[in-house]
Design a protein around this ligand. Structure first.
Ligand SMILES: O=c1ccn([C@@H]2O[C@H](COP(=O)(O)OP(=O)(O)O[C@H]3O[C@H](CO)[C@@H](O)[C@H](O)[C@H]3O)[C@@H](O)[C@H]2O)c(=O)[nH]1
Length: 513
């Protein structure tokens, strides 16, 4: 029996945080839920609405019940310029802070929407901690969407609990994350400022954690087999109620769906893919630092020189339009013709990573990029910058052993130019052409197979996953019922099982094109 028949037409609200690294995977999740016959509404703001509408166009044509609800973003009230409705549009840490302040003002419009539509459930980004309280006013369960992995969720929580960084004598002294599986070492330099100092963001992250504990549970964009130790640790030791739903990008099987994740691609996807078609398998390195990083021209120059010196074939996505600054050596593009492709702006990342010609990825370790590379079986050069990226790097290099660290030691809100061409060239060569290359590729390919099985029907791993999944839900259900007596909406357990474990033959599933 499908979910709709069993429960009537369930209406789920999705509320993505306005940054591509958060909204892309949550919109994918919303599309997945809609493809399972649920009514889905995605909340967004005027500047973000057109792109979002485009990305769900195909689902609507397929008859999925999915729509967009637009609320105003309080730019002016928060001291932001008109139209600054996405994190990548901020240009300084101060503006970034104002942006976060602005999102807290969205509680009122959210309340109005909940009052008007009375959905059955709200799935909101972890960066909207206040949304738990708003939902509870209407007796609606809020599920948190965590845009990172179990490993980093656990690492962040252990650092908060045990504060090992307070017991080292210098910023560069390594410490082991206490009570954390795997003897993972970090330095104070590699920690986010809001962890090691008491700043405005420290309070924000405490609120995020508290709201998570009070919520109905957490959806994590990961798959169990990738990080079983940490998935279990987060649930069993740190006491979180979680469901893994990833790799969410793999639910897109149609080429148009893959191309329309996030912004419009700055280069025609066919041009990009044809260029890759002309290359040997595993012969191209892809370089991209996510949706937010903005390197100074001096750092871009170092990357360009490393690429040229290494003789490596490449696709390089460069975010900012640096027209007024020199960020390429003279004659670079002429010399690199046929050898390298520069995409100025947004790249069709998943399509590039999935192409067999791509054998390596230089990444900032944003979780989406990391998981997309894992899903495509592509090993990485890790170049973390900020957020939780230094934790993700450890997962990639030490736990999964499918990455080579470029050697960054300093977490920084403003990205600098500390990595010299020699280090970039060395890491890239190690990744693409060393004794270890074959082993890393082998490990990466086997993780990609597991990722694929995690989102496929049938197969041994699928069974394990479903069993594990159900086991988790049973534990949660018991605890929940004890905690809240009769208030726990049981349909939600079925909903989550149906949406994330049992595959239907919907047109958004992995089985259909
Ligand atoms: O040219 C581009 C650039 C990015 N992407 C996509 O944009 C997303 C970027 O996400 P991510 O790799 O996670 O990087 P950020 O945009 O930097 O994401 C922020 O949000 C993530 C989720 O919380 C965190 O893991 C990161 O540390 C944080 O910086 C991915 O899906 C990419 O495929 C493209 O498709 N084309």
């Amino acid at each position: 029996m499908d979910v709709e028949k069993r429960h009537g037409l369930l209406h789920i609200f999705f509320f993505p945080f306005m940054a591509e690294g958060h909204s892309i995977p949550l919109i994918d999740t919303a599309k997945l839920f809609a493809s399972r016959g649920l009514k889905v509404s995605i909340i967004t703001t005027p500047v973000n609405a057109p792109l979002l509408s485009k990305s769900i166009e195909r689902n609507r044509l397929l008859g999925h019940k999915i729509d967009v609800l637009v609320i105003q973003f309080p730019c002016v009230e928060a001291g932001l310029p008109e139209g600054c409705e996405r994190l990548d549009l901020t240009t300084s840490p101060e503006m970034g802070l104002n942006f976060f302040m602005a999102t807290t003002l969205l509680a009122h419009p959210l309340e109005d929407l909940l009052k008007e539509y009375r959905p059955n459930c709200l799935i909101a980004d972890s960066f909207f901690p206040w949304s738990s309280q708003v939902a509870s006013k209407f007796g609606i369960p809020r599920i948190v969407f965590a845009a990172t992995c179990f490993f980093s969720l656990c690492a962040a929580q252990c650092l908060r609990l045990y504060q090992p960084y307070k017991r080292v004598s210098s910023d560069s002294d390594p410490f082991i994350i206490p009570n954390f599986p795997g003897e993972i070492k970090l330095t104070r330099n590699q920690l986010p400022d809001f962890v090691k100092e008491e700043i405005v963001f420290s309070n924000f992250y405490r609120e995020v954690k508290e709201a998570e504990l009070k919520s109905f549970g957490v959806l994590v964009n990961s798959f169990y087999e990738l990080e079983p130790t940490y998935a279990d640790y987060y649930r069993n030791v740190l006491g979180a109620k979680t469901w893994h739903i990833g790799p969410i990008s793999l639910w897109n099987t149609n080429i148009e769906d893959k191309a329309k994740r996030g912004k419009e691609s700055s280069m025609d996807k066919n041009k990009c893919l044809q260029w890759l078609d002309s290359k040997e398998p595993n012969s191209v390195v892809y370089i991209c630092f996510g949706s937010l990083a903005n390197f100074p021209a001096s750092q871009l120059l170092e990357i360009a020189m490393a690429l040229e010196d290494s003789g490596q074939q490449f696709i390089w996505a460069v975010r900012e339009n640096k027209n007024n600054e020199v960020w390429l050596p003279e004659g670079f593009e002429e010399r690199m013709k046929g050898k390298g492709l520069i995409i100025r702006g947004w790249a069709p990342q998943v399509l590039i990573l999935e192409h067999e010609a791509v054998g390596g990825f230089v990444t900032h370790c944003g979780w989406n990029s990391t998981l997309e590379a894992i899903s495509a079986g592509v090993p990485m050069v890790t170049w973390p910058l900020y957020a939780e990226q230094f934790y993700n790097e450890k997962l990639v290099t030490q736990v999964l052993r499918i990455g080579v660290a470029v050697g960054v030691q300093q977490w920084a809100r403003i990205v600098g130019d500390s990595v010299k061409k020699e280090a970039i060239k060395k890491a890239m060569t190690h990744l693409m052409a060393s004794e270890e290359t074959k082993e890393m590729r082998c490990r990466a390919k086997s993780l990609a197979e597991m990722a694929s099985k995690a989102t496929e029907e049938g197969g041994g791993l699928e069974k394990n996953r479903v069993m594990h999944f159900k086991g988790t839900l049973r534990v949660d259900a018991a605890a929940e019922i004890q905690e809240r007596r009769n208030t726990a909406p049981k349909w939600l357990f079925f909903l989550l099982i149906s949406c994330t474990a049992h595959k239907s033959h919907g047109s958004y599933g992995r089985k259909t094109n």
